[in-house]
Design a protein around this ligand. Structure first.
Ligand code: ZN
Length: 101
């Protein structure tokens, strides 16, 4: 069970929302050749540690527009895996913050 105090931690859905994917179109194997937004031709894979080994989504190096590699549902499921990492980090922070009596 996750303690109540951790309820502010982003779950996969929150992270997904913050990434602001503007299109549900997917590029499964390779990123779009040109950014559909600004037409720049340098689209990078973005790997999220703890979520997925390899690019989880694509990002235009010019305008920062992000593109899905997997379905929304799958992307959220992968992002959700980072939740536990955040909890671990928060837990460490809390330990450091505690004043010795
Ligand atoms: Zn772009």
């Amino acid at each position: 069970m996750v303690p109540e105090s951790y309820s502010y931690i982003d779950d996969g859905k929150d992270i997904f929302r913050k990434l602001e994917f503007k299109s549900s179109k997917r590029w499964r194997k390779n990123p779009p050749h040109n950014c559909p937004h600004c037409n720049h031709d340098d689209i990078q894979g973005v790997e999220i540690l703890g979520a997925y080994k390899g690019p989880l989504f694509w990002e235009c190096s010019e305008c920062g527009e992000r593109f899905l590699r997997f379905t929304e549902k799958t992307t959220i499921a992968y992002l959700d895996k980072t939740k536990d990492l955040y909890i671990d980090l928060e837990g460490l922070d809390r330990i450091w913050e505690q004043e010795p009596n």
